[in-house]
Design a protein around this ligand. Structure first.
Ligand code: NAP
Length: 434
């Protein structure tokens, strides 16, 4: 028998568990650990609440969690309750699938002013992440700005501009729905430090902006290169740029405008005691396609500023870390002897949920090459871990506990919502009678 511990129960963790199960059959036990009593990481806390079809992938993970060789061990924080070295004593291999939950910093003056928040915080707030339940983003001003031209920037701008009715069928948490319903924001500026050809927005997600009930996307065609230049783009990017160009034809009188401001690099955030505006430098593309400042500056008013410029993986004591890349130092997923990383903790914060599948399978293949199916060891796996946790007063939760929490959330759902999420760890535990 082999025992594997996967740390993190998001997509990367579950695809790796699925791959290990396929490779080893009943010759291995796979434990998926999470610091929360609820699984699915990015699916629960990151994917936008109005993208329920994407969230439905968790049904596939349910199947993995329900299979006899796989266990979910929640409410255990690796690095605090148990160290990686201790896990390596109990398990044949430890796979870090902890994602990239920390916001990258802008590195400009004023970014610590009230009103400036990172996308992990804002997304966590509307998705019921317990660490951000009290975020209370300032929605009382008329202007907001979103920094970045990726899909997360699109998520944030869309959620800020949707009407209450447009959240029907979503699992946005109640506190966010109520606050957004009262929002005074009427202009959202989306700042891109480069141009339309350099966006990191995918067509489906970008297209949604053209169909919002109360918000209108606005582009300035003078920011675009000649239309013929689109031919050189790869097809997906060409489609995104075409959608952007078409925004110029939209005419409607809507409550909110979303202004795409390209070639606009934030250089400072200013305000009296809270953010009031961003100082932006006009840029142009340099020879390598990077953003080069032109020296021309102007101000974009915004009392709420959400920076959507990427994420990093938190370091864990004793685990080799790539500070620049914001991920664990690894060679095709291998960090060191019997220690691996998958997903964003391995590659950095890029790619879709599906990208994690081949990633997890590749690492499982490497593990299977290092310790072939059929081989065994006398490591104790979960038995050893649970004994250690008990000694430390840590009470892990299991998959049945999650199903109880889930059933309670579904039972208390508001009309039009698939569930009403708990947003505090103690509420999850109360549901379990702890
Ligand atoms: P991303 O795609 O890497 O985009 C980050 C954006 O931030 C880029 O436009 C980047 O510009 C900009 N940026 C970086 N540093 C900056 C700075 N200092 N100042 C100004 N702008 C800066 O990251 P993301 O949006 O966080 O998304 C992460 C991953 O999740 C992506 O693969 C994304 O597609 C995926 N995702 C998918 C969905 C979906 O499918 N529905 C939803 C959300 C996220 P440069 O290009 O100039 O560096």
């Amino acid at each position: 028998m082999r025992h594997f511990a996967i740390v993190g129960s998001g997509p990367a963790g579950f695809y790796t568990a699925e791959a290990l199960e396929k490779a080893y059959g009943d010759g291995a036990r796979v434990d998926i650990l999470d610091r929360f009593p609820v699984p699915y990481g990015l699916i629960r806390f990151g994917v936008a609440p109005d993208h329920q079809s994407l969230k439905a992938v968790s049904k596939r993970y349910d199947k993995v969690a329900e299979s006899p060789g796989v266990d979910f061990i929640g409410n255990v924080t690796v690095g605090r309750d148990v160290s990686v070295d201790e896990l390596l004593e109990f398990y044949d291999a430890v796979i870090l699938a902890i994602g990239a939950p920390h916001d990258r910093k802008l590195g400009i003056p004023g970014e610590d002013l009230p009103g400036v928040i990172g996308s992990a915080e804002f997304v966590g707030w509307y998705n019921g992440h317990p660490e951000f339940a009290d975020l209370d983003p300032p929605l009382d001003g008329s202007h907001a700005a979103v920094i970045g031209n990726g899909n997360v920037a699109l998520d944030c701008a869309r959620i800020l501009s949707k009407t209450r009715a447009e959240f029907e069928g979503s699992d946005i948490v109640g506190h966010a729905l109520e606050a957004l319903d009262k929002s005074a924001i009427r202009t959202i500026t989306i700042l891109g430090r480069r141009g339309p050809h350099q966006i990191a927005m995918t067509p489906k997600e970008l297209g949604e902006l053209g169909h919002l009930e109360a918000a209108l996307p606005i582009v300035d065609l003078r920011d675009f290169p000649p239309r013929e230049a689109d031919e050189a783009l790869e097809p997906g990017q060409r489609k995104s740029v075409t959608i952007l160009r078409e925004f110029a034809d939209l005419r409607a009188n809507k409550r909110t405008t979303m202004v795409f401001d390209f070639f606009a690099k934030p250089i400072a955030i200013e305000g009296e005691g809270r953010a009031e505006h961003i100082v932006v430098e006009r840029t142009e593309l340099d020879d390598k396609g990077g953003a080069r400042g032109t020296g021309e500056t102007y101000e974009v008013p915004a009392s709420l500023i959400i920076s959507c410029i990427g994420y990093s993986t938190p370091p864990i004591d004793g685990v080799a870390y790539d500070k620049r890349g914001g991920k664990f130092l690894n060679e095709r997923g291998k960090i060191g002897d019997r220690l691996y990383a998958v997903g964003w903790a391995r590659r950095g914060p890029t790619g879709t949920i599906g990208t994690n599948r081949p990633d997890g399978y590749e690492v499982a293949d490497q593990i299977a090459a290092d310790m072939p199916p059929g081989s065994s060891s006398d490591r104790p796996g979960a038995e050893g871990l649970k004994a250690l946790l008990e000694g430390r007063g840590v009470m892990p939760t299991d998959y049945d506990d999650w199903r109880k929490i889930e059933a309670t959330e579904v039972a208390r759902a508001r009309p039009g919502s698939p569930r009403e999420k708990f947003v505090r760890v103690e509420h999850w535990l109360e549901t379990l009678g702890r």
